[in-house]
Design a protein around this ligand. Structure first.
Ligand SMILES: [Zn+2]
Length: 462
C-alpha cells in the first residue's frame, strides 16, 4: 500500500501546476470535444459513399435475396445521415452548455433547490446529487426528439421498430427512476469514500467500484432487466437439449436458460450470457430463435461459450479496472484546483473549496481525448476476442471429440449471415470507420476467419 501511495504522490507532484496555474481549460475542452466530433463526422463521410455500391461483396452475394442488399444499403445510408446530424447537434448543445456556464448554473440551482427543503451548503453530498440530476435531466431533454425520431421514423421506415409510443414513454420513465434509484445511493457512497479516505482514496474507491460491479451482476438479471423485458425459461425441445448438452460437455455452470422478448421493441436479434463465475444465465432473443435453425443457434452459443472459455468478460473487466485506476490516480491534482473551476465559470466562493463531484466531472471532460484513444484500443481487443471465440466454435469438434460438430463453423457462418441479412447490417465498411467504431469484425472478415480456422485445423490433423 505504501509503495502505491508513494508512486501516486510522485504523479501528483508532476501535476501540481493544475492547482495554481490559470489554464484556459474551457478552451481545451471545447477544442478537444469538437476535434473528436469532427473526426467522427469525417469517418461517416468516408463511409457514406460505400452505401451507394450496387453489389454486395462476392462472398456474400449468394446470401442476399433480390432487393435485400439494396434495402440494407438504404438503411445504412439513413442511419449514417442520422448519426452525422445527431452527432453534430449533441456536440453543439454540449458546446453551448459549456460556453455559457451551464455547469456552474446547475450547481447553484442544486443549492437553491436544497435550501427550499432547509438544507444548507454544508450538505455537499446532497447538493452533489441534486446537481447531477439537474444536469442529467436538463441535458437529456433536448436529445429526446432525436431518440424518438430514431425509433419512430428511422427504425420504423426500415421495418424494425416494434416500440409503441406508450412503451417508449414508460421505458423512459423507468430509466429515469432507475437512474435516480441506483445513481443517488451510488453517488452518495462514492463521495463519502472520498471524504472518509482523504488522500488515500484510490484503493478504497477501486474496491468500491469492483463491489458495485459485482452487485450489478446479481441485480441486473433479477431486478433490472425484468423491468424492461420478459424473460421466460426456454421451453423443452431440440434447442434446449442442444444447448444444455453443449454447456454440460464444456462444464459451463448453466443455471438458467432464458428466451427474452427482444421483439417487443425491435427485431434486431442476438444472444448473450452473464452471471457469477459459478452460476451463469444464457439469454437468447426470440427473434434469433425464429430466424435460425436450432443447430445454427447452437453454433451461436458455441461462439458465446468461447468467450466464457477464454475468460473474455473477466479480461475486459480487468482492462476497465486499469482504466479506472489510471483516472483515479490522475484525479487528485484536479481535486483542489480553484483555477479549474474558475475556468468553467464557477463563482469564486465555490472554486475556493471545489466540491468533489464538480471537480470530477470537469476532470472527466478534460480526459475526452484519452477516452477516445481507450475506446479505439478496447474495440481492437474486442475484435480480437471475437475471432478467438469463432475459432473456439470451429475447434469444438476436436476439443469434445464430437464428429457431429464438424460443421460448427459453417453453421455459425450461416447464423451470422442470417443475422446480418435480417438486421440489414452494413456489409461494405471503410477500414478506418470500422477500426474506430466496431467492436466486432465485419461479416466478410468473420466468414473469411471461419474458413481459415477450419483450414488450419485440417492442416494440423494431416
Ligand atoms: Zn462474440
Amino acid at each position: 500500500m505504501d509503495i502505491l501511495h508513494s508512486q501516486l504522490t510522485k504523479i501528483q507532484r508532476q501535476l501540481a501546476f493544475v492547482a495554481v496555474e490559470p489554464i484556459n481549460w474551457k478552451l481545451y475542452v471545447q477544442s478537444f470535444s469538437w476535434a473528436v466530433t469532427l473526426f467522427e463526422s469525417y469517418l461517416l463521410i468516408r463511409q457514406y459513399p460505400l452505401y451507394s455500391r450496387k453489389e454486395p461483396p462476392k462472398e456474400l452475394a449468394e446470401h442476399f435475396e433480390p432487393g435485400v442488399f439494396e434495402k440494407s444499403q438504404n438503411y445504412g445510408k439513413d442511419k449514417a445521415k442520422f448519426a452525422l446530424i445527431s452527432g453534430l447537434f449533441k456536440q453543439l448543445l454540449d458546446s453551448l452548455m459549456l460556453q455559457f456556464g451551464f455547469y456552474a448554473w446547475s450547481w447553484t440551482a442544486g443549492g437553491k433547490l436544497l435550501a427550499k427543503f432547509g438544507y444548507g451548503p454544508e450538505h455537499e453530498i446532497l447538493q452533489s446529487i441534486a446537481f447531477v440530476f439537474i444536469l442529467f435531466f436538463l441535458s437529456s431533454i433536448p436529445t429526446l426528439p432525436l431518440q424518438a425520431y430514431g425509433t419512430f421514423v428511422l427504425e420504423e421506415k426500415h421495418g424494425f421498430n416494434k416500440t409503441t409510443p406508450k412503451l417508449f414513454v414508460t421505458d423512459l420513465l423507468k430509466g429515469w427512476a432507475l437512474a435516480f434509484g441506483l445513481g443517488a445511493p451510488f453517488l452518495a457512497a462514492f463521495l463519502s469514500i472520498f471524504k472518509w479516505a482523504g488522500d488515500r482514496f484510490v484503493p478504497w474507491l477501486m474496491a468500491f467500484m469492483i463491489s458495485f460491479q459485482l452487485v450489478m451482476v446479481i441485480l441486473y438479471p433479477t431486478v433490472i432487466q425484468p423491468l424492461f423485458n420478459k424473460l421466460s425459461p426456454l421451453p423443452e425441445g431440440e434447442l434446449r437439449g442442444r444447448i444444455e448438452t453443449l454447456a454440460n460437455k464444456l462444464k459451463f455452470p448453466l443455471k438458467h436458460l432464458y428466451e427474452i422478448d427482444g421483439s417487443k421493441r425491435s427485431s434486431h436479434s442476438n444472444a448473450y450470457f452473464f452471471g457469477l463465475p459459478w452460476s451463469k444465465h444464457i439469454v437468447i432473443f426470440d427473434t434469433l430463435i425464429q430466424q435460425s435453425k436450432p443447430e445454427e443457434v447452437e453454433a451461436v452459443l458455441a461462439h458465446e461459450l468461447g468467450h466464457w472459455y477464454y475468460l473474455h468478460p473477466t479480461k475486459m473487466m480487468s482492462i476497465s479496472q486499469i482504466h479506472i485506476f489510471t483516472i483515479l490516480a490522475l484525479f487528485p491534482a484536479f481535486l483542489r484546483a480553484p483555477p479549474l473551476l474558475r475556468s468553467f465559470d464557477f463563482p469564486k466562493a465555490v472554486a475556493a473549496q471545489p466540491p468533489t463531484i464538480v471537480a470530477f466531472l470537469l476532470f472527466q471532460m478534460i480526459l475526452t481525448p484519452l477516452e477516445a484513444v481507450v475506446s479505439i484500443g478496447m474495440n481492437a481487443v474486442s475484435r480480437h476476442f471475437e475471432y478467438e471465440a469463432d475459432r473456439f466454435a470451429v475447434e469444438l469438434q476436436d476439443q469434445l471429440g464430437d464428429e457431429k460438430m464438424a460443421d460448427m463453423g459453417e453453421r455459425l457462418g450461416r447464423a451470422l449471415v442470417a443475422l446480418h441479412v435480417k438486421n440489414l447490417s452494413t456489409v461494405w465498411v471503410d477500414w478506418l470507420y470500422s477500426a474506430y467504431h466496431h467492436s466486432h469484425p465485419t461479416l466478410t472478415e468473420r466468414l473469411k476467419g471461419l474458413e481459415a480456422f477450419q483450414a488450419q485445423r485440417e492442416k494440423k490433423k494431416l
